[in-house]
Design a protein around this ligand. Structure first.
Ligand SMILES: [Fe+2]
Length: 370
């Protein structure tokens, strides 16, 4: 065993002891074979040095996380316009980023406390940090744009949990929920994936395709989540959100293949927020896809989701981009002028002074916002 500086680490080296980051959370466990992405992750968490097995090294195949994600998202065009660049450079985003980081730290500490010290979930503290964000930023699509601009690793830092909480809260507002229900829904978003802490980290972060056994193991995070929360004095809908957020209205979800009304409404909302965030948000190892492409994907899978919630959600998103300049495939530029309620992902666009109805032009699509 020998100590090595992270900047000297190389892919293929085998880690000799668990590596912890700030807040004492596990970054990678002993026995991990380093890849370029894992080394980037160590740098991201400011791990200065760690121990490796000095007589072991593994020859790696040439894939890494980036390749895998590129493969998963290869069917979709990558966002390439300047829309998000402009948001990222604005003053508002800096404020958002600080509040967001505070919220991520809070949920990380809270979940560590629940899991390692069997402490109670501090609901007030959890909610307060997210509400600091929603007090400063209107609960609308502009919040989704901010979320899109956050970059990081979501597997260990709970960025995804804060994103889902914010998106779910905005949906709650759009559905006309009162403040108490919006608060409970926010907590539900924050805790929906808590069961993932019970899944071995090497499976959660495995860069290659999961085997059927590993996939079945990942799916148990829903049951673990419910078990972690079931004896805690919180709203029952939050517990069911953890258990049922991978159920789908067409009965093709897990763990219990429930259908529409048998799925708790919070879980139906978190399901949409969860998938929307997975597709749109940027990660260090991949770029999010354009909201209009995401809307079209949801429309193609409409049976899986609660249609009432989904329609409100997608229509609000689509409407918010009226008057936004966009890039169409073939490097054409246009401006969204009209939303089509029957094809929300394919609005009416002005291209060079001519009106183009994308719902009638199958060969044309929006690939980026400008
Ligand atoms: Fe999940």
């Amino acid at each position: 065993m020998k100590r090595i500086l992270t900047i000297k680490a190389e892919a293929g080296m085998v880690v000799a002891g668990d590596v912890y980051g700030d807040n004492n959370h596990l970054v990678i466990p002993r026995g991990t074979v380093l890849t370029i992405d894992i080394i980037d992750r160590l740098k991201y968490y400011s791990v200065f040095d760690f121990y490796i097995e000095d007589d072991k090294s593994v020859k790696l195949k040439s894939y890494n996380m980036d390749d895998l994600e590129r493969h998963i998202f290869s069917e979709y065009k990558i966002e390439s316009g300047n829309y998000y660049k402009k948001i990222k450079e604005g003053e508002q985003f800096k404020i958002f980023e600080n509040l967001f980081q505070e919220s991520v730290n809070n949920i990380t500490n809270c979940i560590n406390a629940v899991v390692t010290k069997s402490e109670e979930v501090n609901i007030d503290q959890l909610l307060a940090s997210v509400k600091k964000i929603t007090d400063d930023f209107k609960p609308d699509v502009s919040l989704f744009d901010m979320i899109h601009c956050i970059e990081g690793y979501d597997d260990l830092t709970y960025i995804h949990s804060v994103n889902v909480a914010l998106i779910a809260r905005v949906i709650g507002h759009w559905m006309g929920f009162n403040e108490a229900d919006c608060d409970a829904l926010t907590i539900c978003g924050l805790l929906h994936d808590i069961g993932k802490v019970m899944i071995p980290i090497e499976i959660i972060t495995k860069p290659s395709r999961l085997s059927p056994t590993e996939y079945a193991l990942i799916q148990t995070h829903t049951i673990h989540g419910y078990n972690l929360l079931k004896n805690i004095d919180i709203d029952e809908r939050i517990k069911l959100g953890a258990l049922q957020h991978h159920e789908r209205c067409d009965g093709k979800g897990y763990p219990n293949k429930l259908r529409y009304n048998d799925i708790e409404q919070f879980a139906r909302i978190v399901a949409i927020a969860d998938v929307y965030d997975a597709m749109t948000s940027n990660r260090v190892y991949r770029k999010g896809i354009c909201p209009f492409e995401v809307i079209s994907i949801f429309e193609e899978n409409i049976d899986a989701y609660d249609p009432k919630i989904l329609f409100v959600f997608l229509e609000k998103i689509a409407q918010s981009y009226v008057n936004t300049e966009v890039v169409l495939n073939g490097d054409m530029e246009g401006k969204i002028v009209m939303i089509n309620k029957f094809a929300l992902g394919r609005p009416g666009v002005l291209v060079g002074g001519a009106y183009v109805d994308l719902s009638r032009q199958e060969n044309l699509e929006i690939t980026a916002l400008m």
